[in-house]
Write a new protein. Structure first.
Length: 97
C-alpha cells in the first residue's frame, strides 16, 4: 500500500505527537518495553557507582592518582541517580495528568 507524501507527513506528525505526549506507549509499540530500558539504565548507574567506589578505595590504599577518577565516577553516578529520580517524577506527573 503506497502512501501519498501528504499521508506520510501526517503520519510523521502523529508519531512525533505520540513521542511527546506518551513516551511509554511509543516504547511499548516499538518492541522495546520501557521496563527493559529501565533495568539497563539502573545497572549502568550501579556499575558507575561500583567502579567509582573501587577506584576511590584503591586510590586510598594503593596510589593517590586513582582518587580523582574515583571521585569523578562517584560524582557522575550521583548525577545519573539525580537525573533518573527527576525523570521518574516527571513520568509520574504526566501519568497522573
Amino acid at each position: 500500500m503506497d502512501l501519498t507524501p501528504y499521508e506520510r507527513r501526517q503520519l510523521r506528525k502523529i508519531r512525533r505527537w505520540f513521542e511527546h505526549t506518551d513516551p511509554g506507549l511509543v516504547a511499548l509499540l516499538s518492541g522495546r518495553p520501557a521496563a527493559r530500558r529501565a533495568v539497563r539504565r539502573r545497572c549502568a548507574r550501579l556499575v558507575v557507582d561500583l567502579l567509582g567506589a573501587v577506584c576511590l578505595v584503591a586510590g586510598v590504599v594503593v596510589a593517590l592518582p586513582l582518587l580523582l577518577p574515583g571521585f569523578l565516577l562517584l560524582m557522575a553516578g550521583a548525577c545519573l541517580h539525580t537525573a533518573a529520580c527527576r525523570h521518574d517524577e516527571l513520568l509520574r506527573r504526566v501519568a497522573g495528568h
